[in-house]
Design a protein around this ligand. Structure first.
Ligand SMILES: Cc1ncc(COP(=O)(O)O)c(C=O)c1O
Length: 404
């Protein structure tokens, strides 16, 4: 759809959006009409360097040719089926994901938060079915982000924040412990704890990577106590961190892991992958979803997931992430550069990240701000050194302007 198809101007689009839509987003000040790889075009043909990746979704670049072709093909074959018939896109994608991440079972969902709902429900049901009705507690991390639906929101360790305020009470059974503090996690577990849930890198929470000791320590503790290690890899999964899955950087394996974002190639797709033992709690009628595993989404997902494997984009994420991070450290006012692969956060020594973001957008680079002093960058995994150099140059100019 383009402006001319509806006789619209960019101003009219903004006016109608403001008139009709319930607005919970801080919009970029332009109408996005086209995109290719790491560039997004506005209504005037203005070119924006994409360093937000549709929030870590466009890992294979915007409008990747293989993804576009897969969507067109599948849309002309069959668009929706519900999950009664077997479908080819779902089958081949299930095999591709399970075989590459070493998990035997997968359940598709439509989004990240839904994948986490499935993960939480699976673990809680295992606990209740096998150990009695009190065994459903999950310990997650402070500053975590797991999504906006009630289970995932309750697992999100940000009490007294805009995420939770006014939406209480949260679901019972969730407690929070300090991220990267193994002893705090151990202390938070009780005889009723069935799962520990963490992100390998806290993205929304400010871009903090889990330490090796923490992840290995959690795995060991979970094994000793019969607790499930649950990883939220919605943002980190499928290449972003420089390994196919975040957990592969630590040499551990979870009992259950949620993925989304990158695996859909831009269409809504999430999944939870689990061990046979855990997966067995989902039997006909216990869980489901009308659209989840939709053939078009799975066809796009297959093309995107395969593209990341075939082009070794996780290796590019590792290489470019290291290159980009080193360059970012040379910028003025940088307190810390954090993250893993191409999930990069820069903390500045003054609290004006929203202004820095706006100054980047004015210079035609798209980034997101977290809190008061962090800029997060989650570009497509296809970025080159030239893209990274340009991003550093723009960010430098933006910071210098705002710091004045
Ligand atoms: C780690 C993590 N979990 C869950 C979610 C929620 O995913 P979605 O917005 O697709 O529901 C996000 C979204 O940013 C995320 O980063």
């Amino acid at each position: 759809m383009q402006l001319k198809d509806f006789n619209l101007t960019p101003e009219k689009v903004k006016e109608l959006t403001n008139k009709y839509m319930i607005e919970t987003y801080q919009r970029f000040p332009f109408v996005a009409v086209k995109a290719k790889d790491c560039t997004i075009y506005d209504e005037n043909g203005g070119e924006y360097l994409d360093f937000y990746g549709g929030v870590a979704v466009n890992s294979v670049g915007c409008c990747n040719e293989k993804v576009v072709a897969a969507i067109k093909d599948q849309a002309s074959d069959i668009i929706h089926t519900f999950n009664y018939p077997y479908t080819i896109p779902q089958t081949v994608l299930a095999e591709l994901i399970c075989e590459n991440i070493g998990m035997p079972k997968i359940f598709f969902q439509n989004s990240g938060t839904e994948a986490n709902e499935a993960m939480i429900k699976m673990v809680r049901k295992y606990g209740v079915d096998n150990f009695g009705k009190e065994k459903y507690h999950i310990v997650s991390a402070l500053k975590s982000f797991h999504g906006r639906t009630y289970g995932a929101l309750s697992a999100t360790g940000q009490p007294n924040s805009v995420l939770h305020n006014g939406f209480e009470p949260m679901l019972p059974g969730f407690t929070y412990a300090e991220f990267n503090n193994l002893e705090a996690f151990k202390a938070a577990c009780t005889e009723n704890t069935i799962g520990i849930l963490v992100e390998p890198v806290q993205g929304e929470g400010g871009v903090f990577a889990a330490s090796q000791e923490f992840m290995v320590g959690l795995r060991k503790f979970c094994d000793e106590k019969g607790i499930f290690l649950m990883l939220d890899e919605i943002q980190t999964g499928w290449g972003r961190t420089g390994a196919l899955m975040g957990y592969m950087n630590y040499g551990i394996k979870p009992d259950v892991v949620s993925i989304a974002k990158a695996i859909g190639g831009g269409l809504p797709l999430g999944a939870v992958c689990a061990t046979e033992k855990l997966a067995a709690v989902f039997t006909p009628g216990t869980h489901g979803s009308t659209y989840a595993g939709n053939p078009v989404c799975c066809a796009a997902g297959y093309a995107a997931c395969k593209e990341i494997l075939d082009r070794k984009l996780s290796e590019n994420a590792k290489e470019m992430g290291a290159y980009f991070s080193e360059k970012l450290k040379t910028l003025p006012h940088v307190k810390e550069v954090r993250g893993m692969g191409l999930l990069v956060g820069v903390e500045f020594d003054f609290p004006k990240s929203a202004d820095i973001k706006q100054a980047c957008i004015a210079r035609k680079m798209l980034v997101t701000a977290i809190g008061t002093s962090v800029i997060r960058m989650v570009s497509p995994l296809t970025v080159t050194k030239a893209h990274c150099d340009k991003a550093v140059e723009i960010l430098k100019a933006a910071v210098e302007e705002v710091a004045k």
